[in-house]
Design a protein around this ligand. Sequence first.
Ligand code: API
Length: 269
Amino acid sequence: MHGLGNDFVVIDEIKNQNLVNKNLSDLAKKICDRRFGIGADGLVLLLPSEKADFKMRIINSDGSEAEMCGNAIRCVARYYVEKYNPAKKQLEVETLAGIIKPEVLENNMVRVDMGRPILKPQEIPVAVEEEPVNIPLEVLGQKFYFTAVSMGNPHAVIFVDSLAKIELEKYGPLIETHPLFPRKTNVEFVEILSPAKVKVFVWERGAGATLACGTGASAVVVAGRILGHLQEDVEVVLPGGSLFINWVFGESVYMTGPAEIVFKGEYFL
Ligand SMILES: N[C@H](CCC[C@H](N)C(=O)O)C(=O)O
């Protein structure tokens, strides 16, 4: 499945839990390999839940487990409704970032209540004392200013004049693994086109450059609104397409975008 080209292998273990004793990190690295495996940005596991419709775990292609994944939750919401309950459009999904609430719409679109952003440095986490807004960071002699936001997973949002000059593969991994981020971080470089539209390149924690990032798009709008650059409803243009984000201070972030099922199959461990 994919959301704007951010692709996942989804394994449904809601009825039968065959993988509980498997090393999910090794399995994800194997399955996500685009030559020796199926190929994906991440492995998504669906499991039963006692407090929600089901539980979603997301393992990045490097084997690390993330707290949440915006594109994946749109995909699994659509999958769950079509497989288990076509009449049910509003779901609750248990994740490491809490209960996330997707609503399946028409035309393969899904709208997700992503919950409230986390802005306290120690909860993001980012190793600064002050409010994590416009913090200077230098890598390879290049100075950036980031604003840190968590959507359950950490994001360093960097506004730049032009994305044309950004060497994502050079700076992305250095910021991802910078000591300021105890649990590493996702990295978003943002060019403002208007208060209602931004263009974003993403370097994802544990996955590298991806075509889209749902939690990243959400973090970008939160950072942009905190800095006074953006209005409440913003189109986030990513290499794979656009996500539509809404954020009112103090409320949940809402993300709307597509979810596509590419193929179904069997994988032999
Ligand atoms: N690599 C991310 C998880 C996937 C997030 C992204 N694919 C999204 O759509 O939110 C992390 O480690 O936080």
